[in-house]
Each structure stands twice: as C-alpha cells, then as structure tokens.
Design a protein around this ligand. Structure first.
Ligand code: C2E
Ligand code: MG
Ligand code: MG
Length: 323
C-alpha cells in the first residue's frame, strides 16, 4: 500500500455446537467471547471457547462497576517514583503511578489493587479517559505545589493510554490543565507506549506534534517491547526513550538483554534523545547503566513509588549519592 509493507494478522474465536451451546445466538456469542480472548492474548491466534472465559468476562464487569464506584468515592490515589540523573545523582522528576485502594473486611481495612489489573479494564471500557484526566490534573497540581514550596523545577511524568489518544482531545485537555495549575509545560512529560503508534498513525503523529508544540515532553515507555518502526521513530517529536525494565532486570545474566539495553541507549543518543532506564534495583544494574552511558534512572534502588508526602521527604533528604 503506497509502497509501505503492511502485515495482516487474523484472530479467530471458535465455539462448537452442541458442546458449548445449543442455541445459535449463544454459539455466536461464545465465539465472540473466544475471539476477544484471542485478541487479548496477542492476536494472530485461535482460541476455543471455554466456560472459564465467561467467568472472566463476569469478573471484568464486576471490576468495572467497582472501579466506577472507586472513582466516585475518591479511592484512586497517585504514588510518585523519583527519577534521577545518573551522572549527577540529582532528582530530576517523578513518575506518577495510579493506585486503587479497595476497602475490604481484612485486618488492614483494604488493599491496593495494582494498575496492571485495572488499567486494561479501564482501557477497554473507555473509563481510562476520565481516570487519565484526573491523573494528569492531580499530578500537575502536586508538581506545582512542590515547585512553589521548594523552588526546584522537577518534572512530572504521567502515563497516557492509547485510548486517550483516540477517544479524547488530549491536546486541549493538557493545555487546560497546564493553564489551570500554572505548571510550566516543560515540567510535564507524557509517557506513551509503542501501542499508540499502532492505531491511526497519522492522527498519532499529529497529536504528538500538537502536544510538543504546547511544550510538554514526550517519552516512549517500555521501549523495546512493542513494534515501533524505526522510520516512524524519526518523525515523532519524542524527547526520551524509557528502556523497558525487563531488559534491565536480565541485563546482568542474559547477554541478549544486555545487548538490547545497550542498543537502545545507542539508538536514543544517535537520535538525540535522552534515555532513562526503569526497574533499576541493584548497584550492579546501576554500574551497568553508567558504563553504557545511560542518562537517567528510576527504580527500587532509589525509591519505590510512594505517596506524595513521602516523595517530598525523599527529595528533600536525598543526598544525591548513588552508590
Ligand atoms: P510503567 O509506566 O512502565 O511503570 C513502571 C512500573 O514499574 C510501575 O509499576 C513501578 O512501580 C514499577 N517499578 C518501578 N521501579 C521498579 C523496580 O525497580 N523493580 C520492579 N520490579 N518494578 C519497578 P506499577 O505502578 O504497578 O504500574 C504498572 C503499569 O500500570 C505502569 O507501567 C503503567 O503502564 C500503568 N499505569 C500506572 N499508572 C497509570 C496511569 O495513571 N495511567 C495509565 N494509563 N497507566 C498507568
Ligand atoms: Mg510509565
Ligand atoms: Mg514502563
């Protein structure tokens, strides 16, 4: 198509009569459930219907109802994880990460549900749009409050889902949040994953360019795990690549992962981008990244994601020494 090569992949859901259902509508419905499962499991695959799928669908509906309630009851919170300059050891910013505090009858009175569990449900239902807007507002407010109090220009990184690109006007919302909070645009970074590039590429490029024109920074999260086309990468107004944590975790015992991490650093630098590594847990990870001239780091070695007050405590007491 227009001298570009496209790959076409098919996903198939199978349901059999009379084992899975006897009513024709139900057979088709089950096939649809199986098809959805096939798509979720990475597409390009065939799935046969199983009753477990039905249960999973019910659970997802339940989670969606709970998540809507949680929003209304203000049970969503943001945690913050510091990002540091690897050469100076200085804190340059923080990534805002969603947490869902779900009350229950346990001794603790509730538990945190990980975003890995509820973000996909929020994305499928479109609920990610209002949630994402709340995240951006809250994160920008925190960053501004911190700057006013401490006079330090930290940057706040916010995760943005592909659905927010396709289902909302993220550009005007971002502009509105910056105006309302008074945060300087270069103090906000939006993290997108390579999946945004798979939807409508022209729309994505245009949206990223509009966001960049406002002055916000853009990062590609989990870089190396998706399907970015290198020729497209040049066209995106990106400031930063975030090496996926799986490569960092395995860099020391798997030469392939080490090579990928090194390659991403080299690629980023050759395109004039900053490179940040996430999932930095040990001094050995840090040494590896220093050796290969990675610019910035984020990980449990420095701090876990913590509530805002704890982040402030960390940032005001951290002595900047990495080792
Ligand atoms: P992510 O954006 O790649 O965030 C990094 C994840 O790695 C976070 O998990 C963080 O807690 C974890 N992490 C950081 N340092 C280390 C480390 O040293 N070791 C290990 N093992 N893990 C580390 P978390 O908070 O569970 O978030 C998971 C994912 O959920 C995020 O991955 C992001 O894709 C998504 N997410 C979180 N908050 C939001 C949000 O507000 N909006 C959207 N759309 N997605 C979000
Ligand atoms: Mg992220
Ligand atoms: Mg990541």
């Amino acid at each position: 198509v227009f001298n570009e090569q496209f790959q076409i992949r098919a996903s198939i859901g199978v349901s059999t009569f009379p084992d899975d259902a006897t009513d024709p509508d139900q057979v088709l419905k089950n096939a649809d459930i199986a098809l959805n499962r096939a798509k979720e499991e990475g597409r390009d695959t065939i799935k046969e219907y199983s009753e477990d799928f039905d249960r999973a669908v019910q659970q997802r509906f339940q989670m969606l109802r709970d998540l809507r309630d949680a929003m209304e009851r203000e049970q969503l919170q943001l945690f913050y994880q510091p990002q540091l300059d690897l050469n100076t050891g200085k804190i340059i910013g923080a990534e805002a990460l969603l947490r869902w505090w779900k009350p229950d009858n346990s001794k603790e009175g509730g538990s945190f549900i990980s975003p890995g569990e509820f973000i996909p449900v929020a994305e499928q239902s479109g609920l990610i749009v209002p949630i994402g807007e709340w995240v951006m507002e809250t994160a920008c407010k925190s960053a501004k409050a911190w700057q006013d109090k401490h006079g330090q220009k930290i940057r706040i990184a916010v995760n943005v889902s592909a659905a927010q690109f396709s289902q909302s006007d993220i550009v005007s919302h971002t502009q509105k949040v910056l105006t309302e909070t008074g945060l300087e645009p270069q103090c906000l970074e939006l993290e997108v994953t390579e999946s945004v590039f798979m939807d409508d590429i022209q729309h994505t490029i245009q949206t990223l360019q509009n966001l960049h024109a406002i002055g916000v920074e853009l990062a590609i999260d989990d870089f190396g795990t998706g399907y970015s086309s290198l020729s497209y990468l040049r066209q995106f107004p990106i400031d930063r690549l975030k090496i996926d944590q799986s490569f960092i975790r395995n860099a020391l015992n798997n030469p392939d992962d080490a090579s990928i991490a090194k390659t991403i650093i080299g690629l980023g630098h050759s395109l004039n981008l900053k490179v940040i590594a996430e999932g930095v847990e040990t001094i050995d990870h840090e040494t590896f990244l220093l050796e290969h001239k990675c610019d910035e780091v984020q990980g449990f070695r420095y701090s876990r994601p913590v509530p805002f007050d704890d982040f402030v405590k960390f940032a005001t007491t951290y002595d900047g020494k990495l080792s």
